[in-house]
Design a protein around this ligand. Sequence first.
Ligand code: FES
Length: 348
Amino acid sequence: MSFKVSVPATGHSFTVNEGETILEAAIREGLGLPYGCRNGACGKCAGELISGEIDYQQELRSAALAEAEAGKTLFCQACAKSDLKIAVREITQSGDIEIKTLPCRVEHMKLLSHDVMQLKLKLPETERLQFMAGQYIEILLRDGKRRAFSIANAPHDDEFIELQIRHVPDGQFGDFVFDGLKEKALMRIEGPLGSYYLREDSDRPIILMGGGTGYAPLKGMLEHAFYTDLQRPIHLYCGVRSLRDLYMHDQVTAWAEQHDNLSYTPVLSQPEPDDNWQGETGLVHEKVVADHPDLSSYDVYMSGPPPMIKAGMDLFYAHGLPESQIYSDSFEYSDDALRAMGITKPAS
Ligand code: FES
């Protein structure tokens, strides 16, 4: 059995299934409601029930209980027992989300390629990080410096925060991750940050272009698109140097087979003879315009090394892409993080 939940103030509505919380249903249908813990502890998902009947999944705790006693409804715990009308603050842009500083623990580490490490970070039991698909966090180091990394998972799948960290030559943090970091290590993070996230209020086809670990935020966007059943055509381009740099290739290939609206083109700039590569070669942004010479009707997202972003922007503008339809993470990072990458932020 399912029920309809309407938000009269915005005219939005969504369907909630039996056993599903109102917050879960909203996330599944791509509607942003605020939350902090998703387990009935913090009270941040509180809103108003205008009409209809709800039931709580479990006993509310502390801050959440106080909100409920004040007549509010905790949408992360409430299930619908009839059609509902609710009043709630909607999250429509990254600026609507609270930026938090949180402790976390390195729960899993996995080598994705010869120089890319996947980290899965676990937050305290009573915390979840709300974010939009494609945003990033900063790891706060003991010396006061920060390192920025894109979140590689989708917002609904938030048991862990997934990062993909490349071991760059002379990169001190990469050295630490590859040589010193162990599972169970504790860290502090700040996030979510940045305005690089998937815009869902457009119906244009999407081009995602990632260079190296620039694939990480695109993976989050793709998983979010699949989860919310986004029907817009998506063409993913991944640019790397040679075959050994192409990570998660099998997973993306499988996704492209499962989802009719996803096309996938990996592009190697310098394949090794042993790679026996039969696919596309060259510069990834040049392959994008070879396939799509008129970009005027696309939304383009690109993440990766700043020279690739710069070259991509120049070429894409020349191929008709309006400035308002291009999104990149190139200069989203803190000054510290940019300095660590050897990049100087342009004066704005
Ligand atoms: S998100 Fe914390 S109580 Fe609902």
